[in-house]
Design a protein around this ligand. Sequence first.
Ligand SMILES: [Zn+2]
Length: 281
Amino acid sequence: MLARRLPTILPMLDLEESLETTRIYSSVGLMGKGQAIIATRPFRSPHHTTSEAGLVGGGTMPAPGEVSLAHHGVLFLDELPEFNRHTLEVLRQPLEDGVVTISRAQATLTFPAQIMLVAALNPCPCGYLTDPKRECHCTPRQVQAYMGKISGPLLDRIDIHLDVPAVPYRELRGKVEGTSSAAMRDQAGAARDLQAARFAGRRLSNARMTHRQVKKHCALDDAGEMLLKQAMQELGLSARAYDEILRVARTIADLDGSENISATHLSEAVQYRRLDRNLFA
Ligand SMILES: [Zn+2]
């Protein structure tokens, strides 16, 4: 439910993005009848039985896959460990480069694939490992085998890991109103405006900063440096994770309207590396 609503809090597609996404959809005949343009961010949720070609693109007449159909939008992979491991590994390149390259004897084709990847998985095969109310009967070996289906390098490319506990029925029925999607979209838009100013109008967001840009735009004070160093050692994080934490911290600071990354922003970003903690514990 959360993943499905993500496109509603992302900034609206600008014309250029809209045209790029439209071009992909019309190339595979997926435009609705009478639809001239894709105006909303795509949300794609392929089933875990989807083939490699279906997910990243390919075939004898190479066609774009789900990762390109989600261009400028959200690709949601539910039950991540159920996907074919090799198929998931192929996702690493588009996640890194924002494009999919398909090589054939005759030619090399490139499809755009700038996506926000969202994936969901249970904490263990039965799903109750972290549930305070139900008992999990999985053995540590079963839990390890389940989590082991996702490779470290793929996990390493996912910036934010979150625990989403079951919501009690009473709360679902409750009338307490959270922040509306419209208000969240405004906040996201304001943060994107800051990023547009930071990158001098180039179409770049914090998530796509290079290592050099991270160094330039994510300066920490001494307390922040200490905190990050400690987290790196304790969690055994990679150099890639180091940059990712800083990119996320930069975004948290932007959402807060803060020019500097404070220790609070940074520790929130570190908290989102939950699965590294599990894997390396
Ligand atoms: Zn279990």
